[in-house]
Write a protein that binds this ligand. Sequence first.
Ligand code: AMP
Ligand code: MG
Length: 272
Amino acid sequence: MEKIDLSPWRVEHKTGLHLEEIDTRAPRIFPAEEDALAHQTKKLSDKLNKLQATLHASRSRALLLVLQGMDTAGKDGTIRHVFSHVSPLGVRAVAFGAPTEEELGHDFLWRVHDKVPVLGELTIFNRSHYEDVLVTRVRGLIDKDICEKRYRHIEHFESLLHDCGTVVLKCYLHISKHEQKKRLQARLDDPHKQWKLQPSDFADRKHWPQFMKAYEEVLAATSTAHAPWYVVPTDSKPHRDLFIAALLVQTLEKLDMKMPRPSFSLSDVRLD
Ligand code: AMP
Ligand code: MG
């Protein structure tokens, strides 16, 4: 299987980012036919499974995957599909909702630091500390000055995680406003999906341009060599899953981890 070059979707640090110029539809370099797509995704899932087992056994590194995006962009779906073949023993997903009163009494990274992966673990954040510079900014809860200070705190925080062995990957799930409408309508129509809806989904949709502007600023300000952002085209769910599985596999392969040797001599044990 040829390696997919994901670099065109990697955000460069502090350069102007224009989300409307990035297609939300399936990238052309990915297979269009369902069978080829499913085949490639399955192969990547198998690889991810093996890499995660090595990560877990060697306990020398950790991986944090941050998922951000507008409502219905597919944060939950990504977690369900991309990690469906991975052992739950070494994977944890954490969702961040609006902060509690206690959490608001602390600095904004307090609740987040508590949930980062330990060595050997793969943790997925469904929303994250980035809400503290996105939704808070759009709703006018913080001003530009506080926001810029938070960018610095985030950069230092992620740099600390990196220095302690954690690989930080951040994906912005890039959905079009039109596709979001279809998905919100599908949730309104399906009794099994209605529970997911919140009034804020509709309020946030009204502020779509402000959210896009906030995302553009945040992604450019906080995409670094040690914690890069990727803009993941996400109107097609199977392509989104393939993108993220490929990104994880490529990132974990680069770590060149080895299964540890047993701590005792195998020739010393006798099986009755
Ligand atoms: P959902 O992920 O769709 O279930 O909804 C979680 C909600 O919590 C979203 O509306 C987020 O914007 C909101 N949220 C998450 N983190 C924060 C935060 N730090 N400050 C304010 N709202 C937040
Ligand atoms: Mg929601």
